[in-house]
Write a protein that binds this ligand. Structure first.
Ligand code: HEC
Ligand code: HEC
Length: 278
């Protein structure tokens, strides 16, 4: 708690410095979702499914892109019976992955998004050969095996389909407990990012933006954004993304970063991006 208060104090200090921004930013974070400890030995399948739903909507950041049309930047996974659609996907002549059923198809979609790209949703210019979706077991999303299974269970169960993934064995509890004890793990409020790089990962900017090139993922590549936009414009595009929409792009950038970031995190990110001039 004292760390949090210190952070708040620091943020407030900086708020006075960045007065222009201060009006638009609340001074505190701290209400970001906090991981909950799970007792795996007492876990029922209903709990596991509920955990998967929560992961999909929150920590997994799936809803950054997977929303109902016309808002979504990806197929509406929650609004689709994924078990039924799997039959179509696997029968597609373009399908060259290794999945044999819904659970393995959903798993492959999450870990190797480019194994099969849903028609029309490929990375710009890739002719549907490359997916803009980040692998969810890698940074910035970085879900564990158990979390990935929970999402599969949720996607099967939500339309009344049989859940075919197994509950995590209680032996896995030790592993979960261990990572919980790590700094920033469950129970701790998310630590403020210590650098611009950490900030970009913490706020999953890299799920939608390439940082070292101008390749388009969901949003424009930021490899030379500093040559294109001033610091002020970069700051505005983060805290008020719909004020100016980059040409040729949908207004798909989340609008709530200003509520989540500390002023210091914002300024570190802005500085880092402003230096990207290639
Ligand atoms: C940065 C945007 C983005 C994020 C974040 C994202 N996805 Fe995706 N996802 C896509 C896009 C775009 C596609 C379609 C292209 C493809 O097939 O890979 C896709 C495809 C999929 C598919 C296949 C859908 C189908 O109709 O066959 C599944 C399943 C899926 N995503 C699950 C997830 C889950 C679960 C998460 C969160 C843990 C997630 N995605 C996070 C962009 C995203
Ligand atoms: C769900 C995907 C998504 C996420 C997550 C996301 N962005 Fe964006 N971003 C976009 C899209 C789409 C655009 C282009 C449309 C627009 O200008 O709003 C964009 C535009 C931008 C621009 C303007 C680029 C230009 O060339 O005009 C900047 C800078 C930027 N984002 C930075 C960030 C930062 C920093 C984060 C993390 C704090 C972030 N974005 C998170 C999708 C995303």
């Amino acid at each position: 708690m004292s760390v949090l208060i210190k952070t708040v104090g620091f943020s407030l200090g900086l708020t006075l410095v960045f007065t222009g921004v201060a009006n638009m930013l609340p001074q505190v974070e701290g209400d970001a979702p906090v991981d909950v400890k799970v007792d795996l030995s007492a876990l029922t399948m209903d709990d596991f499914v509920a955990m998967g739903e929560d992961l999909f909507n929150n920590k997994g950041t799936c809803t950054l892109c997977h929303k109902p049309a016309p808002l979504g930047r990806a197929p509406d996974v929650q609004g689709t019976n994924m078990v039924a659609i799997t039959t179509e996907r696997l029968a597609d002549e373009r399908y060259q992955g290794k999945a044999t059923d819904a659970a393995s198809y959903i798993l492959e979609s999450m870990l190797e998004p480019s194994a099969y790209v849903v028609a029309g949703w490929g990375k710009k210019g890739s002719d549907d050969a490359e997916s803009p979706m980040p692998a969810v077991d890698k940074p910035p999303i970085q879900l564990s095996d158990i979390e990935v299974d929970a999402i599969i269970a949720y996607l099967q169960a939500k339309d009344g389909n049989e859940v075919t993934v197994a509950l995590p064995s209680p032996d896995a509890a030790a592993e979960v407990a261990k990572s919980d004890a790590a700094p920033g793990g469950a129970g701790a409020a998310p630590a403020p990012a210590a650098s611009g790089e950490e900030g970009l990962a913490k706020y999953t900017c890299t799920a939608c933006h390439a940082l070292d090139s101008d390749d388009t993922l969901v949003g424009p590549g930021l490899g030379s954004v500093g040559a294109r936009l001033s610091e002020g414009e970069i700051r505005q595009s983060i805290i008020d993304p719909n004020a100016v929409i980059a040409e040729g792009f949908p207004a798909a950038m989340p609008g709530d970063f200003a509520e989540k970031m500390t002023v210091r995190e914002l300024e570190m990110i802005v500085k880092l991006l402003a230096e990207k001039k290639q």
